[in-house]
Design a protein around this ligand. Sequence first.
Ligand code: NAD
Length: 487
Amino acid sequence: MKTVLNYINGAQVEGGGKLFDKFYPASGELLLKVSFAAEQDCDNAIAAASESFKKWAVTPPGQRAAVLRKAAQLMRERLDVLAEVEVLDTGKPLREARADDVVSAIDCLEYMSAQAATVHAQQYDLGENMAYTRHEPLGVCVGIGAWNYPIQLIAWKAAPCLAAGNSMVFKPSEMTPSNAVLFAEILSEAGLPPGVFNVVQGDGQVGRYLAEHPQVAKVSFTGSVASGLKVAASTAQMMKKTTLELGGKSPLIIFADAEIDVAVEAALCSNFSSQGENCCNGTRVFVQASIYDEFCEKVAKATKALKVGNPMDLETEIGSLISPQHRDSVCSYIESGVQQGATLLVGGGVYVVEGLEGGSFVFPTVFCDCTDEMDIVREEIFGPVMSILKFETEEEVLARANDTLFGLAAGVFTQDISRALRMTKNLEAGVCWTNTYNVVPAELPFGGYKNSGLGRENGAYALKEYTQVKSVYIQVERPSFPFKCVK
Ligand code: NAD
Protein backbone atom coordinates (compact mmCIF):
# COMPACT_ATOMS: atom_id res chain seq x y z
CA MET A 1 0.00 0.00 0.00
CA LYS A 2 1.26 3.45 -0.92
CA THR A 3 2.28 5.85 1.85
CA VAL A 4 2.10 9.57 1.15
CA LEU A 5 5.14 11.27 2.65
CA ASN A 6 6.22 14.74 3.67
CA TYR A 7 8.32 16.90 1.36
CA ILE A 8 11.10 18.68 3.21
CA ASN A 9 14.10 20.51 1.80
CA GLY A 10 13.57 19.14 -1.71
CA ALA A 11 13.02 15.46 -0.84
CA GLN A 12 10.23 13.13 0.22
CA VAL A 13 10.72 12.05 3.82
CA GLU A 14 8.90 9.81 6.23
CA GLY A 15 7.44 11.63 9.20
CA GLY A 16 8.03 10.68 12.82
CA GLY A 17 4.28 10.81 13.57
CA LYS A 18 1.60 8.18 13.17
CA LEU A 19 0.46 6.48 9.97
CA PHE A 20 -3.01 7.76 9.09
CA ASP A 21 -5.51 5.71 7.05
CA LYS A 22 -6.84 7.56 4.02
CA PHE A 23 -9.97 6.07 2.40
CA TYR A 24 -11.28 6.60 -1.14
CA PRO A 25 -14.52 8.53 -0.47
CA ALA A 26 -16.40 6.96 -3.39
CA SER A 27 -15.84 3.35 -2.33
CA GLY A 28 -14.91 3.53 1.34
CA GLU A 29 -11.84 1.39 0.61
CA LEU A 30 -8.49 2.05 2.23
CA LEU A 31 -6.59 4.01 -0.42
CA LEU A 32 -3.26 4.84 1.17
CA LYS A 33 -1.44 5.66 4.38
CA VAL A 34 -0.33 9.15 5.30
CA SER A 35 2.93 9.61 7.15
CA PHE A 36 2.18 12.32 9.72
CA ALA A 37 4.94 14.74 10.64
CA ALA A 38 6.23 14.84 14.18
CA GLU A 39 7.20 18.15 15.77
CA GLN A 40 10.81 17.51 14.76
CA ASP A 41 9.73 17.18 11.08
CA CYS A 42 7.88 20.49 11.35
CA ASP A 43 10.99 22.07 12.86
CA ASN A 44 13.07 20.63 10.01
CA ALA A 45 10.67 21.98 7.38
CA ILE A 46 10.64 25.42 8.99
CA ALA A 47 14.44 25.41 9.30
CA ALA A 48 14.77 24.49 5.61
CA ALA A 49 12.29 27.20 4.66
CA SER A 50 14.13 29.71 6.82
CA GLU A 51 17.52 28.90 5.32
CA SER A 52 16.31 28.88 1.71
CA PHE A 53 14.44 32.16 2.26
CA LYS A 54 17.75 34.03 2.53
CA LYS A 55 18.53 33.40 -1.16
CA TRP A 56 15.00 33.20 -2.55
CA ALA A 57 14.12 36.62 -1.11
CA VAL A 58 16.94 38.22 -3.11
CA THR A 59 16.41 36.19 -6.27
CA PRO A 60 15.40 38.68 -9.00
CA PRO A 61 11.60 38.66 -9.39
CA GLY A 62 11.94 37.77 -13.07
CA GLN A 63 13.71 34.53 -12.09
CA ARG A 64 11.09 33.73 -9.48
CA ALA A 65 8.44 34.33 -12.14
CA ALA A 66 10.17 31.92 -14.52
CA VAL A 67 9.97 29.12 -11.94
CA LEU A 68 6.25 29.66 -11.41
CA ARG A 69 5.63 29.82 -15.16
CA LYS A 70 7.51 26.58 -15.71
CA ALA A 71 5.58 24.91 -12.89
CA ALA A 72 2.31 25.99 -14.53
CA GLN A 73 3.47 24.47 -17.80
CA LEU A 74 4.39 21.16 -16.09
CA MET A 75 1.01 21.10 -14.37
CA ARG A 76 -0.72 21.59 -17.69
CA GLU A 77 1.21 18.63 -19.12
CA ARG A 78 0.20 16.51 -16.09
CA LEU A 79 -3.34 17.78 -15.78
CA ASP A 80 -4.91 14.33 -16.16
CA VAL A 81 -2.79 12.76 -13.41
CA LEU A 82 -3.32 15.66 -11.02
CA ALA A 83 -7.07 15.59 -11.67
CA GLU A 84 -7.28 11.84 -11.01
CA VAL A 85 -5.33 12.17 -7.78
CA GLU A 86 -7.69 14.97 -6.78
CA VAL A 87 -10.67 12.69 -7.38
CA LEU A 88 -9.15 9.83 -5.39
CA ASP A 89 -8.56 12.16 -2.46
CA THR A 90 -11.87 14.05 -2.55
CA GLY A 91 -14.47 11.88 -4.34
CA LYS A 92 -15.50 14.82 -6.56
CA PRO A 93 -16.35 14.28 -10.25
CA LEU A 94 -13.35 13.98 -12.56
CA ARG A 95 -14.91 16.35 -15.05
CA GLU A 96 -14.87 19.10 -12.41
CA ALA A 97 -11.38 18.33 -11.15
CA ARG A 98 -10.09 18.56 -14.72
CA ALA A 99 -12.01 21.59 -15.90
CA ASP A 100 -11.97 23.67 -12.73
CA ASP A 101 -9.70 22.63 -9.88
CA VAL A 102 -6.40 21.94 -11.62
CA VAL A 103 -6.98 24.72 -14.14
CA SER A 104 -7.61 27.21 -11.35
CA ALA A 105 -4.29 26.21 -9.76
CA ILE A 106 -2.46 26.65 -13.08
CA ASP A 107 -4.13 30.02 -13.72
CA CYS A 108 -3.03 31.24 -10.31
CA LEU A 109 0.60 30.22 -10.90
CA GLU A 110 0.59 31.99 -14.27
CA TYR A 111 -1.06 35.10 -12.90
CA MET A 112 1.30 35.34 -9.93
CA SER A 113 4.31 34.76 -12.17
CA ALA A 114 3.20 37.83 -14.13
CA GLN A 115 2.71 39.75 -10.87
CA ALA A 116 6.09 38.78 -9.37
CA ALA A 117 7.99 41.57 -11.07
CA THR A 118 5.32 44.18 -10.39
CA VAL A 119 5.92 44.46 -6.66
CA HIS A 120 7.40 47.91 -6.82
CA ALA A 121 8.16 50.77 -4.54
CA GLN A 122 6.86 54.33 -4.36
CA GLN A 123 9.13 57.31 -4.22
CA TYR A 124 8.25 60.50 -2.32
CA ASP A 125 9.76 63.96 -2.76
CA LEU A 126 9.88 65.59 0.67
CA GLY A 127 11.26 69.06 0.04
CA GLU A 128 15.01 68.74 -0.29
CA ASN A 129 14.83 65.21 1.02
CA MET A 130 13.22 62.05 -0.25
CA ALA A 131 11.81 58.74 0.82
CA TYR A 132 10.80 55.49 -0.80
CA THR A 133 9.01 52.32 0.18
CA ARG A 134 10.16 48.73 -0.09
CA HIS A 135 7.70 45.85 -0.26
CA GLU A 136 9.63 43.14 1.48
CA PRO A 137 8.82 39.45 1.80
CA LEU A 138 7.87 38.26 5.26
CA GLY A 139 9.96 35.11 5.66
CA VAL A 140 8.60 31.62 6.37
CA CYS A 141 4.89 31.42 5.70
CA VAL A 142 2.61 28.54 6.66
CA GLY A 143 -0.26 27.42 4.43
CA ILE A 144 -2.99 25.21 5.89
CA GLY A 145 -5.59 23.73 3.53
CA ALA A 146 -9.12 22.32 3.71
CA TRP A 147 -10.11 19.09 1.92
CA ASN A 148 -12.62 20.37 -0.61
CA TYR A 149 -10.34 22.05 -3.21
CA PRO A 150 -6.88 20.70 -2.30
CA ILE A 151 -4.85 21.56 -5.42
CA GLN A 152 -6.49 24.93 -5.90
CA LEU A 153 -5.90 25.91 -2.28
CA ILE A 154 -2.21 24.97 -2.45
CA ALA A 155 -1.65 27.11 -5.55
CA TRP A 156 -3.70 30.03 -4.23
CA LYS A 157 -1.39 30.15 -1.22
CA ALA A 158 1.95 29.06 -2.67
CA ALA A 159 1.91 31.15 -5.86
CA PRO A 160 1.63 34.64 -4.28
CA CYS A 161 3.81 33.58 -1.36
CA LEU A 162 6.70 32.45 -3.58
CA ALA A 163 6.19 35.22 -6.13
CA ALA A 164 6.74 37.78 -3.37
CA GLY A 165 9.98 36.08 -2.30
CA ASN A 166 8.83 34.12 0.76
CA SER A 167 9.26 30.44 1.51
CA MET A 168 6.43 28.16 2.62
CA VAL A 169 5.58 25.14 4.73
CA PHE A 170 2.23 23.80 3.58
CA LYS A 171 0.01 21.41 5.49
CA PRO A 172 -2.78 19.88 3.43
CA SER A 173 -5.86 18.47 5.13
CA GLU A 174 -5.19 14.97 6.44
CA MET A 175 -8.14 13.87 4.27
CA THR A 176 -6.48 15.07 1.03
CA PRO A 177 -2.71 14.65 1.38
CA SER A 178 -1.60 13.61 -2.11
CA ASN A 179 -1.48 16.51 -4.54
CA ALA A 180 0.55 18.71 -2.18
CA VAL A 181 3.52 16.37 -2.65
CA LEU A 182 3.07 16.23 -6.43
CA PHE A 183 2.85 20.02 -6.46
CA ALA A 184 6.08 20.30 -4.44
CA GLU A 185 7.84 17.96 -6.87
CA ILE A 186 6.65 19.99 -9.83
CA LEU A 187 7.98 23.18 -8.26
CA SER A 188 11.35 21.50 -7.70
CA GLU A 189 11.41 20.27 -11.30
CA ALA A 190 10.60 23.81 -12.42
CA GLY A 191 13.74 25.03 -10.68
CA LEU A 192 12.58 26.04 -7.20
CA PRO A 193 15.54 25.68 -4.81
CA PRO A 194 15.19 23.02 -2.07
CA GLY A 195 13.49 24.24 1.08
CA VAL A 196 11.52 27.08 -0.50
CA PHE A 197 8.33 24.99 -0.61
CA ASN A 198 7.82 22.16 1.89
CA VAL A 199 4.91 19.90 2.75
CA VAL A 200 4.19 18.43 6.14
CA GLN A 201 1.36 15.96 6.62
CA GLY A 202 -0.89 15.87 9.63
CA ASP A 203 -4.09 16.87 11.36
CA GLY A 204 -5.15 19.92 13.34
CA GLN A 205 -2.50 19.32 15.98
CA VAL A 206 0.24 19.60 13.35
CA GLY A 207 -1.48 22.70 11.95
CA ARG A 208 -1.55 24.24 15.39
CA TYR A 209 2.14 23.50 15.98
CA LEU A 210 3.00 25.25 12.71
CA ALA A 211 0.76 28.23 13.41
CA GLU A 212 2.32 28.73 16.84
CA HIS A 213 5.92 28.25 15.71
CA PRO A 214 8.06 31.28 16.59
CA GLN A 215 9.97 31.22 13.29
CA VAL A 216 6.80 31.53 11.22
CA ALA A 217 5.98 35.03 9.98
CA LYS A 218 2.55 34.44 8.47
CA VAL A 219 -0.24 31.86 8.36
CA SER A 220 -2.70 31.52 5.52
CA PHE A 221 -5.51 29.23 6.58
CA THR A 222 -8.50 27.77 4.74
CA GLY A 223 -11.08 25.80 6.69
CA SER A 224 -14.02 26.09 9.05
CA VAL A 225 -14.84 29.13 11.16
CA ALA A 226 -14.23 27.09 14.33
CA SER A 227 -10.67 26.15 13.31
CA GLY A 228 -10.06 29.63 11.89
CA LEU A 229 -10.80 31.19 15.25
CA LYS A 230 -8.29 28.84 16.88
CA VAL A 231 -5.65 29.71 14.28
CA ALA A 232 -6.29 33.43 14.83
CA ALA A 233 -5.85 32.92 18.59
CA SER A 234 -2.56 31.06 17.96
CA THR A 235 -1.13 33.64 15.59
CA ALA A 236 -2.24 36.58 17.76
CA GLN A 237 0.24 35.46 20.43
CA MET A 238 3.09 36.64 18.21
CA MET A 239 1.23 39.19 16.10
CA LYS A 240 1.74 37.09 12.95
CA LYS A 241 0.13 38.16 9.74
CA THR A 242 -2.89 35.95 9.20
CA THR A 243 -5.19 35.26 6.28
CA LEU A 244 -8.36 33.29 6.99
CA GLU A 245 -10.58 31.82 4.27
CA LEU A 246 -13.54 30.33 6.14
CA GLY A 247 -17.05 29.06 5.70
CA GLY A 248 -20.13 30.57 4.12
CA LYS A 249 -23.90 30.49 3.79
CA SER A 250 -24.21 32.68 0.76
CA PRO A 251 -27.41 34.14 -0.69
CA LEU A 252 -28.36 33.70 -4.34
CA ILE A 253 -31.07 36.26 -5.11
CA ILE A 254 -33.29 35.86 -8.13
CA PHE A 255 -35.54 38.73 -9.15
CA ALA A 256 -38.63 38.22 -11.28
CA ASP A 257 -37.02 39.91 -14.30
CA ALA A 258 -34.11 37.43 -14.40
CA GLU A 259 -33.73 34.97 -17.24
CA ILE A 260 -35.28 32.13 -15.37
CA ASP A 261 -33.53 29.21 -17.09
CA VAL A 262 -30.12 30.81 -16.53
CA ALA A 263 -31.02 31.41 -12.88
CA VAL A 264 -32.06 27.77 -12.50
CA GLU A 265 -28.71 26.63 -13.93
CA ALA A 266 -26.90 29.00 -11.57
CA ALA A 267 -28.83 27.62 -8.60
CA LEU A 268 -27.80 24.08 -9.54
CA CYS A 269 -24.19 25.10 -10.10
CA SER A 270 -24.05 27.10 -6.88
CA ASN A 271 -25.45 24.28 -4.77
CA PHE A 272 -24.26 21.06 -6.32
CA SER A 273 -20.80 21.79 -7.72
CA SER A 274 -18.28 19.66 -5.85
CA GLN A 275 -21.38 17.85 -4.43
CA GLY A 276 -22.08 20.93 -2.35
CA GLU A 277 -18.70 20.95 -0.64
CA ASN A 278 -17.91 24.43 -1.84
CA CYS A 279 -17.41 27.34 0.55
CA CYS A 280 -18.93 29.92 -1.84
CA ASN A 281 -22.07 28.00 -2.63
CA GLY A 282 -25.27 30.02 -2.82
CA THR A 283 -27.25 27.75 -0.53
CA ARG A 284 -29.90 30.30 0.44
CA VAL A 285 -31.79 30.77 -2.82
CA PHE A 286 -34.14 33.75 -2.51
CA VAL A 287 -36.73 33.86 -5.31
CA GLN A 288 -39.18 36.71 -5.95
CA ALA A 289 -42.78 35.66 -5.29
CA SER A 290 -44.14 36.03 -8.84
CA ILE A 291 -41.72 33.45 -10.30
CA TYR A 292 -41.33 31.31 -7.17
CA ASP A 293 -43.54 28.36 -8.22
CA GLU A 294 -42.15 28.20 -11.74
CA PHE A 295 -38.58 28.42 -10.44
CA CYS A 296 -39.12 25.62 -7.89
CA GLU A 297 -40.67 23.40 -10.53
CA LYS A 298 -37.78 23.94 -12.96
CA VAL A 299 -35.14 23.40 -10.26
CA ALA A 300 -36.83 20.19 -9.12
CA LYS A 301 -36.98 18.83 -12.67
CA ALA A 302 -33.35 19.69 -13.44
CA THR A 303 -32.12 18.30 -10.10
CA LYS A 304 -33.89 14.97 -10.63
CA ALA A 305 -32.01 14.64 -13.93
CA LEU A 306 -28.56 15.03 -12.35
CA LYS A 307 -26.24 12.04 -12.63
CA VAL A 308 -24.88 10.90 -9.30
CA GLY A 309 -22.29 8.19 -9.69
CA ASN A 310 -18.73 7.00 -10.09
CA PRO A 311 -16.60 10.15 -9.89
CA MET A 312 -14.15 8.77 -12.46
CA ASP A 313 -16.95 8.50 -15.04
CA LEU A 314 -16.83 11.69 -17.11
CA GLU A 315 -20.63 11.73 -17.32
CA THR A 316 -20.94 11.96 -13.54
CA GLU A 317 -22.10 15.35 -12.24
CA ILE A 318 -22.32 14.59 -8.52
CA GLY A 319 -19.61 12.63 -6.73
CA SER A 320 -19.16 11.30 -3.23
CA LEU A 321 -18.96 13.35 -0.07
CA ILE A 322 -15.60 13.25 1.67
CA SER A 323 -16.43 10.70 4.40
CA PRO A 324 -19.26 8.70 5.99
CA GLN A 325 -19.12 11.05 9.02
CA HIS A 326 -19.64 14.09 6.82
CA ARG A 327 -22.40 12.31 4.85
CA ASP A 328 -24.19 11.60 8.15
CA SER A 329 -23.89 15.23 9.19
CA VAL A 330 -25.39 16.35 5.84
CA CYS A 331 -28.21 13.80 6.21
CA SER A 332 -29.02 14.99 9.71
CA TYR A 333 -29.41 18.53 8.35
CA ILE A 334 -31.80 17.14 5.71
CA GLU A 335 -33.83 15.47 8.48
CA SER A 336 -33.89 18.72 10.43
CA GLY A 337 -35.21 20.53 7.34
CA VAL A 338 -38.14 18.10 7.15
CA GLN A 339 -38.77 18.30 10.90
CA GLN A 340 -38.69 22.10 10.90
CA GLY A 341 -41.36 22.24 8.19
CA ALA A 342 -39.57 22.80 4.87
CA THR A 343 -41.04 21.02 1.84
CA LEU A 344 -38.73 18.39 0.40
CA LEU A 345 -38.89 18.69 -3.39
CA VAL A 346 -36.09 16.33 -4.47
CA GLY A 347 -33.53 14.05 -2.84
CA GLY A 348 -33.61 13.53 0.87
CA GLY A 349 -30.62 11.47 1.87
CA VAL A 350 -28.13 8.70 1.15
CA TYR A 351 -27.84 7.47 -2.43
CA VAL A 352 -26.36 4.09 -3.27
CA VAL A 353 -24.25 3.85 -6.41
CA GLU A 354 -24.06 0.36 -7.88
CA GLY A 355 -20.56 -1.05 -7.49
CA LEU A 356 -19.64 1.72 -5.01
CA GLU A 357 -21.87 0.70 -2.13
CA GLY A 358 -19.26 1.82 0.43
CA GLY A 359 -19.24 5.40 -0.91
CA SER A 360 -20.72 8.46 0.76
CA PHE A 361 -23.18 9.67 -1.86
CA VAL A 362 -26.13 11.93 -1.09
CA PHE A 363 -28.69 12.70 -3.79
CA PRO A 364 -28.89 16.46 -4.49
CA THR A 365 -31.63 17.74 -2.24
CA VAL A 366 -33.93 20.71 -2.74
CA PHE A 367 -36.19 22.24 -0.09
CA CYS A 368 -38.76 24.94 -0.78
CA ASP A 369 -41.03 26.86 1.64
CA CYS A 370 -37.96 27.47 3.79
CA THR A 371 -37.91 30.17 6.45
CA ASP A 372 -34.98 32.21 7.72
CA GLU A 373 -34.84 30.54 11.15
CA MET A 374 -34.45 26.96 9.96
CA ASP A 375 -31.11 25.27 10.66
CA ILE A 376 -30.75 24.37 6.96
CA VAL A 377 -30.99 28.08 6.15
CA ARG A 378 -28.74 29.41 8.91
CA GLU A 379 -25.90 26.90 9.14
CA GLU A 380 -23.24 25.80 6.68
CA ILE A 381 -24.16 22.24 5.68
CA PHE A 382 -21.35 21.76 3.16
CA GLY A 383 -23.29 19.22 1.13
CA PRO A 384 -25.75 19.13 -1.78
CA VAL A 385 -28.68 20.78 -0.03
CA MET A 386 -30.48 23.79 -1.55
CA SER A 387 -32.95 25.88 0.44
CA ILE A 388 -35.39 28.02 -1.57
CA LEU A 389 -36.99 31.03 0.12
CA LYS A 390 -39.66 33.41 -1.17
CA PHE A 391 -39.36 37.22 -1.08
CA GLU A 392 -41.44 40.19 -2.19
CA THR A 393 -39.28 43.34 -2.30
CA GLU A 394 -35.69 44.40 -2.87
CA GLU A 395 -35.38 46.00 0.59
CA GLU A 396 -36.74 42.89 2.26
CA VAL A 397 -34.43 40.46 0.48
CA LEU A 398 -31.37 42.62 1.07
CA ALA A 399 -32.01 42.66 4.83
CA ARG A 400 -32.66 38.91 4.93
CA ALA A 401 -29.62 38.10 2.78
CA ASN A 402 -27.38 40.11 5.11
CA ASP A 403 -28.87 38.60 8.26
CA THR A 404 -26.09 36.05 8.75
CA LEU A 405 -22.75 35.84 10.51
CA PHE A 406 -21.17 34.72 7.25
CA GLY A 407 -20.16 36.98 4.35
CA LEU A 408 -18.19 35.04 1.79
CA ALA A 409 -20.18 35.43 -1.44
CA ALA A 410 -23.51 36.47 -2.94
CA GLY A 411 -25.24 36.31 -6.30
CA VAL A 412 -27.89 38.55 -7.86
CA PHE A 413 -29.92 37.69 -10.96
CA THR A 414 -31.74 40.61 -12.57
CA GLN A 415 -31.89 42.46 -15.89
CA ASP A 416 -32.13 45.80 -14.09
CA ILE A 417 -28.63 47.29 -13.96
CA SER A 418 -29.51 49.88 -11.33
CA ARG A 419 -30.88 47.22 -9.03
CA ALA A 420 -27.84 45.00 -9.62
CA LEU A 421 -25.55 47.88 -8.69
CA ARG A 422 -27.58 48.76 -5.59
CA MET A 423 -27.69 45.17 -4.43
CA THR A 424 -24.02 44.38 -4.98
CA LYS A 425 -23.09 47.62 -3.22
CA ASN A 426 -25.15 46.75 -0.15
CA LEU A 427 -24.64 43.00 0.14
CA GLU A 428 -22.24 42.15 2.97
CA ALA A 429 -20.06 39.67 1.11
CA GLY A 430 -16.49 39.57 -0.16
CA VAL A 431 -17.46 38.42 -3.66
CA CYS A 432 -20.71 39.44 -5.38
CA TRP A 433 -21.68 37.98 -8.72
CA THR A 434 -24.31 39.44 -11.04
CA ASN A 435 -26.06 37.08 -13.45
CA THR A 436 -23.50 34.34 -12.83
CA TYR A 437 -22.08 32.41 -9.89
CA ASN A 438 -18.91 30.69 -8.65
CA VAL A 439 -16.55 32.36 -11.10
CA VAL A 440 -13.17 32.89 -9.41
CA PRO A 441 -10.56 34.23 -11.85
CA ALA A 442 -7.01 34.53 -10.51
CA GLU A 443 -7.13 38.28 -11.22
CA LEU A 444 -9.94 38.94 -8.75
CA PRO A 445 -9.38 39.22 -4.99
CA PHE A 446 -11.19 36.48 -3.09
CA GLY A 447 -12.13 36.43 0.59
CA GLY A 448 -14.85 36.95 3.12
CA TYR A 449 -16.61 39.61 5.16
CA LYS A 450 -17.65 38.97 8.78
CA ASN A 451 -17.04 35.41 10.05
CA SER A 452 -16.10 34.20 6.57
CA GLY A 453 -12.57 35.43 6.95
CA LEU A 454 -9.78 37.94 6.99
CA GLY A 455 -7.59 39.11 4.14
CA ARG A 456 -7.70 38.20 0.47
CA GLU A 457 -6.32 35.55 -1.85
CA ASN A 458 -5.80 36.06 -5.59
CA GLY A 459 -5.30 39.31 -7.47
CA ALA A 460 -2.67 41.88 -6.64
CA TYR A 461 -4.09 42.01 -3.09
CA ALA A 462 -2.80 38.49 -2.41
CA LEU A 463 0.74 39.59 -3.16
CA LYS A 464 0.38 42.47 -0.72
CA GLU A 465 -0.66 39.97 1.96
CA TYR A 466 2.71 38.27 1.55
CA THR A 467 4.80 41.44 1.87
CA GLN A 468 5.37 44.13 4.44
CA VAL A 469 6.09 47.76 3.69
CA LYS A 470 9.25 49.49 4.80
CA SER A 471 9.58 53.26 4.50
CA VAL A 472 13.11 54.49 3.83
CA TYR A 473 13.77 58.21 4.45
CA ILE A 474 16.88 59.76 2.89
CA GLN A 475 18.20 63.01 4.30
CA VAL A 476 19.92 65.01 1.59
CA GLU A 477 20.66 68.34 3.33
CA ARG A 478 22.14 68.58 6.83
CA PRO A 479 19.26 67.89 9.26
CA SER A 480 18.33 70.36 11.95
CA PHE A 481 17.69 68.56 15.25
CA PRO A 482 16.30 70.23 18.36
CA PHE A 483 19.22 68.78 20.31
CA LYS A 484 22.58 70.31 19.48
CA CYS A 485 26.03 68.87 19.55
CA VAL A 486 28.32 70.72 22.00
CA LYS A 487 31.83 71.44 20.72
P1 NAD B 1 -11.25 22.27 9.13
O1 NAD B 1 -11.30 23.59 9.79
O2 NAD B 1 -11.72 21.08 9.87
O3 NAD B 1 -9.77 21.93 8.67
C1 NAD B 1 -9.03 22.78 7.80
C2 NAD B 1 -7.55 22.58 8.01
O4 NAD B 1 -7.18 23.07 9.29
C3 NAD B 1 -7.10 21.12 8.00
O5 NAD B 1 -5.86 21.05 7.35
C4 NAD B 1 -6.98 20.78 9.49
O6 NAD B 1 -6.06 19.74 9.72
C5 NAD B 1 -6.45 22.10 10.03
N1 NAD B 1 -6.72 22.42 11.43
C6 NAD B 1 -7.74 22.01 12.21
N2 NAD B 1 -7.64 22.57 13.44
C7 NAD B 1 -6.55 23.37 13.43
C8 NAD B 1 -5.91 24.23 14.40
N3 NAD B 1 -6.39 24.38 15.63
N4 NAD B 1 -4.80 24.90 14.03
C9 NAD B 1 -4.30 24.79 12.79
N5 NAD B 1 -4.85 23.97 11.84
C10 NAD B 1 -5.96 23.28 12.15
O7 NAD B 1 -12.05 22.46 7.75
P2 NAD B 1 -12.38 21.35 6.65
O8 NAD B 1 -13.46 20.48 7.19
O9 NAD B 1 -11.12 20.75 6.16
O10 NAD B 1 -12.93 22.24 5.45
C11 NAD B 1 -14.24 22.65 5.33
C12 NAD B 1 -14.40 24.10 5.71
O11 NAD B 1 -13.50 24.90 4.97
C13 NAD B 1 -15.77 24.64 5.40
O12 NAD B 1 -16.23 25.43 6.47
C14 NAD B 1 -15.55 25.51 4.17
O13 NAD B 1 -16.48 26.53 4.00
C15 NAD B 1 -14.18 26.02 4.43
N6 NAD B 1 -13.52 26.46 3.18
C16 NAD B 1 -13.36 27.80 2.95
C17 NAD B 1 -12.79 28.24 1.76
C18 NAD B 1 -12.61 29.71 1.49
O14 NAD B 1 -11.83 30.03 0.61
N7 NAD B 1 -13.26 30.60 2.19
C19 NAD B 1 -12.36 27.31 0.82
C20 NAD B 1 -12.52 25.97 1.09
C21 NAD B 1 -13.11 25.56 2.28
